[in-house]
Design a protein around this ligand. Structure first.
Ligand code: PGA
Length: 251
């Protein structure tokens, strides 16, 4: 795992945006794995800026999102469809036909998971997967205890995740209890993975990740089974990583 330490959220977002743009520059038909949440918002702002000021084009790019809540209308302000459209897609030249997000109101959740796996199979492999990390170590919505061999599946959200995400809703009661997420196995099939972590709220999770707390109770630890992972972490999120931890990483 390559660890890049930066000063703050803005520097993290900038660095991540340049990595995505380099990927698109190398291959304008890149497949991006995209994430939602507070962490990538700054990254998406930088991508929009790069598109508007430097002409970076997403015309041939395809994107596959990690997850979506179950039970919300697609147009609900809290849905990940709305999040992606409002915070990125409507501002760049990506074709909405090239955008894949799990259906939030499928007739059958099980069939939706199968359909999404087929999409990943058909469109993928993902060239560059963006990941945030939950304060409980989740990746996508793969909560603690998730099966490392999982593909797309339905999850019951951890209470801590619903609390963390409540600020996107009017109240915590409105946060859905279930979601569809790409599984850990699907995520690890991506050619490269870029993990972003910013702020004190992520310090414990970053510490556990970098101290190689390898266990199913800490889903992000499965990233150590992938050979091309980069973590961009800011000073606040890095602050609990011990000196010893960083020396070990340097080896
Ligand atoms: P956040 O969530 O970006 O809203 O902190 C990260 C995640 O849950 O993956």
């Amino acid at each position: 795992m390559e660890v890049i330490q930066v000063d703050n959220y803005s520097a993290m977002s900038e660095k991540a945006a340049r990595m995505i743009e380099e990927q698109i520059c190398k291959n304008d038909r890149s497949i991006l794995g995209l994430a939602t949440g507070s962490t990538p918002l700054g990254l998406y702002e930088k991508l929009i800026e790069g598109h508007k000021t430097c002409g970076v084009s997403y015309k041939n790019v395809q994107s596959i999102n990690l997850d979506e809540y179950l039970g919300l209308d697609k147009n609900h302000p809290g849905s990940y469809h709305t999040f992606m459209y409002e915070n990125l897609f409507k501002e760049i030249d990506i074709s909405m036909e090239h955008v894949y997000i799990p259906n939030s109101k499928p007739l059958s959740a099980g069939e939706e998971c199968q359909r999404y796996d087929q999409v990943i199979e058909r469109i993928g492999p993902i060239d560059l997967q963006i990941l945030g990390i939950g304060s409980n170590g989740h990746i996508g919505f793969n909560e603690p205890g998730s099966d490392p061999n999982s593909t797309t599946h339905v999850v019951e959200l951890a209470a801590s995740t619903r609390k963390d995400n409540a600020h996107f809703f009017d109240s915590i009661e409105e946060v859905p209890t279930h979601a569809v997420t790409m599984g850990i196995k699907s995520i690890l099939k991506s050619a490269r993975i870029l993990v972003l972590a910013s702020g004190k709220r992520k310090a414990e999770a970053v510490k556990r990740l970098l101290n190689k707390d390898l266990s199913e109770s800490f889903p992000a630890s499965h990233l150590w089974n992938h050979e091309d992972v980069t973590l961009i972490v800011d000073t606040d999120a890095y602050k609990l990583v011990s000196q010893k931890g960083s020396e070990d990483l340097a080896r």
